[in-house]
Design a protein around this ligand. Structure first.
Ligand code: 13P
Length: 258
């Protein structure tokens, strides 16, 4: 089974509306000459306040080469949840994917495995695609509990999903010590962990779902790391932070993944 690669740019808490639209346009310009059928699935994730502006830029272009993700969404539909934004709301703004369980959300905003599971269910129920993040700290890696920690994050996140829902989901393996540090995880080691994750998916949702689910690597991905990463058997793409904030480096990563 060949899985379509995914290159997703997580813009984190960067860029005003006009800057976001400008970056979206610049990314599309960089990809203009490339046949859509040859491209990976390209996804960009602006802040909530820029979703409308980015969606407008993407739809005005009409090329259909770049899709939009939200960086988070709450699982309740509406109500007294001050400061939260629901999955319905990000869908209404044009998002087709939602990043959930990013380590920064777990670390700074107390996002738990249980919340991530509720979010995954809601996202899939509304026809969007969850990009479920997992990853270990340096302490966990040094203590030798990387695999067990990640397996438990994945089991919790996918709990109660149907095989078809699991197959449609995307997982991003992001070792926390590699995020924003310039220390990329060795490609063979990233591939080993991702193959381990695929094994966990097989255990809980069967071989076909494990074969279909896209599992990305994230953590200091750069234009000069992507080719080796994509050459590995189980790495289906990248979740890119810093290098997604300029169109030329993000486009170079997209092209490197082809
Ligand atoms: P960097 O690419 O900046 O290391 O960030 C990775 C990340 O957290 C993407 O979600």
């Amino acid at each position: 089974m060949s899985r379509r690669p995914v290159i997703a740019g997580n813009w984190k808490m960067h860029k005003l509306q006009s800057e976001s639209a400008e970056l979206a346009n610049a990314v599309m310009k960089e990809l203009k000459e490339i046949d859509k059928a040859l491209l990976p699935e390209v996804v960009i994730a602006p802040v909530f306040t820029s979703l409308y502006a980015v969606n407008k830029a993407l739809t005005d272009c009409g090329c259909g080469k770049v899709k939009m993700a939200a960086q988070n969404a709450y699982f309740e539909t509406q109500g007294a949840f001050t400061g939260e934004v629901s999955v319905e709301m990000v869908k209404d703004a044009g998002a087709e994917y939602v990043i959930i369980g990013h380590s920064e959300r777990r670390q700074y905003f107390g996002e738990t495995d249980e919340m991530i599971n509720k979010k995954a269910k809601k996202i899939l129920e509304l026809g969007l695609v969850p990009i479920i993040c997992c990853g270990e700290t340096l302490e966990q890696r040094e203590a030798g509990v990387t695999d067990s920690h990640i397996a438990s994050q994945i089991k919790a996140a996918l709990s109660g999903l149907s095989e078809a829902e699991v197959a449609k989901s995307i997982i991003a393996y992001e070792p926390i010590w590699a995020i924003g540090t310039g220390k990329t995880c060795d490609a063979d080691e990233a591939n080993r962990v991702i193959a381990m994750i695929r094994g966990v998916v097989k255990e809980i949702a069967g071989a076909s779902a494990a074969d279909s689910i896209r599992i990305l690597y994230g953590g200091s991905v750069k234009p000069n790391t992507i080719v080796e990463q994509m050459s590995k058997s189980d790495i289906d793409g990248a979740l890119v932070g810093g290098a997604s904030l300029t169109a030329d480096s993000f486009a170079a990563i997209v092209k490197g993944a082809m």
